[in-house]
Ligand binder design. Sequence first.
Ligand code: ADP
Ligand code: MG
Length: 579
Amino acid sequence: MTEGVISRISGPVVTADGLRGSQMYEVVRVGKDELFGEIIRLDRNEAVIQVYEDTSGLRVGERVASTGSPYSVALGPGLLSSIYDGIQRPLPNLYEMSGDFISRGVFPPALDLSRGWEFHPSAVPGQKVAAGDVIGTVSEFYLEHRVMVPPSAAGTIKEIHEGSFTVSEPVCILDNGLEIPLMQIWPARKPRPFRKKLDPDTLLITGQRIFDTFFPVAKGGTAMIPGGFGTGKTVAEQTLAKWSDTQVVVYIGCGERGNEMTDVLYEFPELIDPRTGLPLIERTVLIANTSNMPVAAREASIYTGITIAEYYRDMGYDVALMADSTSRWGEALREISGRLEEMPGEEGYPAYLATRLAAFYERAGRVICAGSGERIGSVTIIGAVSPPGGDFSEPITQNTLRVAGTFWALDTNLAYRRHYPSVNWIKSYSLYLDTIGEWFSEHVAEDWREIRDRAMYLLQKEVELQEIVQLVGPDALPDSEKIILEVTRMIREDYLQQSAFHDIDSFCSLEKQYWMLRVILSFHERSLRAMNMGVPIEGILKLQVKKDIGRMKERSDADSLKDLIEEIGQGISELLEEE
Ligand code: ADP
Ligand code: MG
């Protein structure tokens, strides 16, 4: 442990002399209030430190003490339902300890150190264990929290005990003397190890038609949601938190508007997990950056979040990490870089923005976990991006585009027309279509890809046709093309629009998604056939079944949708008879 002296202060960035022998990313305590900071640049005798707390009042000449370890996250039972700031300080405790204005140098422990957890060993004395092996469990709400041998540890179990333990008491002792408590400590900026990364060939079910059917994301994949103000990023992130088929959600909020995060802090604990009826927060870890928190803590928050996500992945769970919005993180990076007087890149962002973003998204994945057995776990990252003015050419959007597997482009015009989710089907894409195709064939329907592509083709055709209509009016189109416009209207209004707040429609099973689309496409096919046999389009456009198609969303029984195909057939037969 060495000590240095502050030589310069620039907002959250402090320079200190004399911290000899310190490491990059080492945590230091700064000034007489012992503010929490991290070394982000080392030049011979000079250390540049980003401070996670408000630096006003700090003075040149005050001392800086190194701690010898990097910024690390506490991992163990008690994470679920916690609400943390960017450096894992529990917010409720912080407010309790210091009132509305968080006082400095205050560090409540990330996990409750006095609470007892009932530990059930699954390993026995004499057993050889290695990093990642599960040695027992505790119940964390309704999740089985698997207690693992920490990375890089190994040995033979000398003692292991059933009973109630706090997170820091050893539950197991190895022959080499190593004590294993319920809690692990892991440096936030370093990815946790796993055995093997798997191909992204399994769908992350979200229950949202535009996502699952049109632009799916794989478990362990990455998706980005760029969109201007009010286009529905936060609603999308929360809908995904509620409905995605994951066991654990890590939600990193970086408030856009002043009071937005406060809303999340009040609202999130009220949300109900629709699958279990239990509070959603019981399987969620919430990390909140309010706008009055220092930028460096915001910069750290995504690492705190991803480390927690990886920890639950290592137990063999599917985890979704939501970051809303990563633009606020990028801005923190830009501000710190500016204070460091680094050479600015595009729009003032540092040149390493791209590599930082890539390294973050790279921590997503579906893996065979470390340790024995074939535990499979995944972390899926879903990052919202809020480009100023909704202009996707800005650096955060562009650099995220390069690394995200799925691109859900939110559209201001669609949002303005109250078409929600306002995902633009022409601009969006998913790189997982090919790898996930087989999964769909096996779990949903053999021809899923075919009907999905057919619907997509019609939507693309619609753009072309609309241009013609704008130029020369609708009458210029032949009936075979007029019917396409009717079918794409159905796809847009009766299929793609999906209310996040409707009792039934907020979640749409894959079976229902498939049959809804089959019904619409079958309307198209049969109409074309009938028109070829002389039925006028006017008759088809008046078919009663259109009303039922418009109300497909409200049906909870997917099977009953098959009847609609019959109904279409019947309506059309009647028209044919009239001929
Ligand atoms: P952003 O985070 O992009 O600024 P929000 O997620 O707060 O935007 O969405 C703004 C508003 O749009 C919401 O308050 C809601 O009324 C509406 N909205 C967005 N998505 C949906 C949806 N899927 N279903 C219904 N309404 C939605
Ligand atoms: Mg928002």
